[in-house]
Design a binder for this molecule. Sequence first.
Ligand code: SF4
Length: 252
Amino acid sequence: LAIGVFRSIDRLGHRLVVVLKGFPCSWGKCVFCPFYLEQSSNLREVLETDAEIVERARQALREWGCDRVTVFNGGSFFELPLAVINALRAITRGRVVDIETRPEFLTLENALHALRLLEARELVVRVGLEVVNEEIRNRVLNKGIPQSEVMRLAELRKRIDELGLPIKIVAYVLFGIEGVPEEEVIRSVEEFNRLFHGVIAIRYRRYLPHHPRESSVSIELAQYLERNTMLVDWGEGEEWSIGEGSSSPEAS
Ligand code: SF4
């Protein structure tokens, strides 16, 4: 994702999309991952870049007044420095806040901690499960996510609902990538809709020559996804221009 601040108006509402510089993902092995292009293992660089992005986000919010803030760091939110998370509060307080994480960082305690630190009205935790078929997920996409983690998160979702907490767990499903047949995409949406609070479908885009090829998407699948997911992200927003420098909000 391009580092910076973007505005998005879609089925999730009027959102501010904030793409931070993160540390390299601790897994870092998914076959399609382009995010390491934007990450840094230099703490000073991460802190300085993110302080500047949060400041731009504050200005943009003053102008745009979005009710929802989506925070990306090209890896897991829980791998961000705490100083960055504390700074985010200025833009997340009282709002619906989306974050992303790998499953192994997500526990009830961590989710509650994030909710409190961000002072969010609701926390939406997006997890890149991509496909319910374990063989495809781990052999083809190399996600490194055993089925036991999917089931643990499903139990966590139940616990969150029992407690009536303002936390949602949403699964990403990747489509339009070679090696994931359309019937597996549909099965994933059905299963993840049952296990979690919802699904966001992401159209795969190939960024690097060694990445898998894109596959065509049938009209039937596109219509199915539009009907059965919270959002279909076709990868066309400006935040998806990875490795092409940062964008500024119109406000700054
Ligand atoms: S978990 Fe996400 S950030 Fe980490 S390697 Fe996979 S796609 Fe990339």
